[in-house]
Design a binder for this molecule. Structure first.
Ligand SMILES: [Fe+2]
Ligand SMILES: [Fe+2]
Length: 199
């Protein structure tokens, strides 16, 4: 995987930067964008749709109060409330993203598809396209990435073995990831996590 984002997306990255990673998850937007870029090199999807969607998907969290933002990590928060909060961040992301894409002059023909992907990236059942699957796979790979795993773990406070068994269960669900190549990548990352953090 390349560890640098294509310069083509630099203006977009800069414009969105002030809204990124507001859930004690520094690095989330960048790492998800790198995975998105990587998936686009392996699969037939459009990087000019997938990478901007990845850059912009979570910027809406910045518009929610801190307590609400962090509550989705907490145990005991009812599912209905989690969904309400998730829908709120998606809505805010779309509204911020529309302005940013317009400001940086991103290709007009891609804007609506990007916003559609962002609009339900956390709550949609099933996948609607290769581009959408690519962005959502990239978002999920964060959890299996060494840095992302430690970052999520610092928010959950769970013992490593429990956190890892949770990831294993997710991965066993056929509909969790879209591309077979992403499934293979997640399996490889999971093996690395087990080797490093169990025993
Ligand atoms: Fe999100
Ligand atoms: Fe995300």
């Amino acid at each position: 995987m390349k560890y640098t984002l294509n310069d083509k997306y630099l203006d977009l990255w800069k414009a969105a930067f002030q809204y990124q990673d507001t859930r004690n998850d520094k690095g989330h937007a960048y790492i998800v964008s790198l995975y998105a870029q990587d998936i686009c090199e392996q699969e037939k999807c459009n990087p000019d749709i997938v990478v901007p969607s990845a850059i912009l998907h979570d910027i809406g969290w910045s518009k929610l109060p801190l307590e609400e933002r962090m509550s989705v990590f907490k145990y005991g928060v009812p599912q209905k409330e989690r969904t309400r909060i998730r829908e709120k961040h998606q809505k805010e992301s779309v509204s911020l993203a529309r302005g940013i894409l317009n400001d940086v002059g991103h290709e007009k023909e891609y804007v609506e598809e990007i916003l559609e992907i962002v609009s339900q990236h956390d709550t949609r059942t099933g996948f609607i396209s290769d581009n959408e699957g690519a962005m959502r796979d990239a978002d999920k790979l964060w959890r299996f990435d060494d840095y992302g795993f430690l970052n999520d773990n610092q928010n959950s406070g769970l013992p490593f073995d429990i956190e890892i068994s949770y990831l294993e269960k997710k991965l066993a669900d056929e509909g969790f990831l879209y591309f077979n190549s992403t499934k293979a990548k997640a399996q490889q990352l999971l093996r690395n996590l087990k080797a490093k953090y169990l025993n």
